[in-house]
Design a protein. Structure first.
Length: 365
């Protein structure tokens, strides 16, 4: 048998083996692979969608086309909240989304996106990259045949959009509000009817009255979605997502077969976009907030101490329950809470103290 015939036969056999094992089988031709990247975001949506596209393009460029990554926006290949399943079962090779969307699989997934009163973007990076978080994330995701990576961060998010002012905790009771993750579970403790919707469905639900309010990301993304057309009260800060990581999940069967060089490329491309996306959100949120207030009449409001304290009490209770799920959940919870304690002490006397002092000085100009 000549070499070409052997490779052709081997390729057919490998494809049959992969299919029977229900592992993702990327299209392979002359040593090249084609990966499908499914996302929970609309294609080309600012920051989230464009960041996922940049990540895909970086892998294609860094491998000189040996691995070509094609992005599919929410709903193009699979529904947005089925992205995880698509990678697990081999329909797609990768997903890009927020890990708290998978908390139904295991509640500890939320720690690798954001939990209420949790870590800021810099603190989250510190825990995942230097505090043992990545190893725990790998262990959790491996149960579902997935290898995870950090691949984006929005920074501290806003508290959300409301049709009416929220002055007391009582004003929250009975509201139909869109909020995913453990933040949504905390709101349930306060009598809120929490609804989880993918981004592309939020505006219509708010406009139709199916929901009374929503959080999404921050000024830049919220301006793009046009929430100001329906709700005028914009509250801060977002207790639920102080520094949410966007995650990439790669089918573990594919990851395990990659060369060390290709593993390094995928890891580096994800890390690069993790940093790049955060910088982009920081660069654009301020200008977008000014546009919302000055051009669209949005009323910026801060949650009262009474309301924020209620958020805090409910959140701590909800987050602590993850430790009761199983041994891995407890180990993830313990690691995260220790990191929060250690990192918060430094943040308080470094970035927070400086920021408060800078605001005093700038305010005098």
């Amino acid at each position: 048998m000549d070499r070409r015939s052997f490779l052709k036969s081997a390729g057919v056999a490998a494809g049959a083996t992969a299919a029977s094992a229900t592992l993702a089988a990327p299209a392979i031709a002359q040593g090249k692979q084609e990966w499908k990247l499914v996302t929970t975001w609309p294609k080309n949506f600012p920051g989230l969608g464009t960041g996922a596209q940049r990540f895909a393009d970086k892998i294609t460029a860094a491998t000189d086309g040996r691995i070509t990554v094609k992005l599919f926006g929410a709903g193009e290949l699979v529904p947005p909240f089925e992205s995880f399943d698509a990678v697990q079962n081999g329909t797609a090779e990768m997903y890009h989304g927020a890990e708290y969307y998978w908390q139904g699989k295991h509640p500890a997934f939320s720690f690798f996106a954001a939990v209420p009163f949790g870590l800021t973007a810099g603190e989250q990076d510190a825990w995942v990259q230097w505090g043992g978080g990545q190893e725990l994330w790998d262990e959790l995701s491996a149960q579902f045949n997935i290898k995870p990576f950090q691949c984006g961060n929005t920074g501290v998010q806003m508290g959300g959009w409301f049709r009416n002012e929220i002055n007391t905790v009582e004003d929250l009771r009975g509201l139909k509000f869109r909020m995913p993750g453990l933040g949504g579970e905390a709101l349930r403790q306060l009598g809120v009817s929490v609804i989880n919707l993918p981004g592309g469905e939020i505006f219509q639900a708010l406009q139709s009255g199916a929901i009374d309010g929503t959080e999404w990301v921050g000024p830049w993304n919220d301006l793009a979605f046009g929430f100001y057309k329906v709700a005028k009260y914009y509250y801060y800060p977002g207790f639920h997502e102080p520094g949410p990581t966007l995650g990439v999940g790669l089918n573990k069967g594919i990851w395990d077969k990659l060369s060390d060089a290709d593993k390094a490329i995928v890891t580096s491309c994800a890390r690069d976009e993790n940093n790049n996306m955060y910088a982009e959100f920081m660069a654009k949120n301020g200008q977008a907030l000014s546009t919302l207030i000055n051009e669209h009449g949005v009323q910026l409001k801060k949650f009262s101490d009474e309301i924020f304290d209620a958020f805090g009490a409910a959140s701590e209770e909800v987050v602590a329950k993850v430790a009761d799920h199983d041994d891995l959940g407890k180990r993830i919870y313990d690691s995260y809470i220790k990191a929060r304690k250690d990192l918060a002490g430094w943040t308080d006397i470094s970035e927070q103290a400086y920021s408060m002092g800078r605001s005093r000085i700038i305010g005098k100009e």
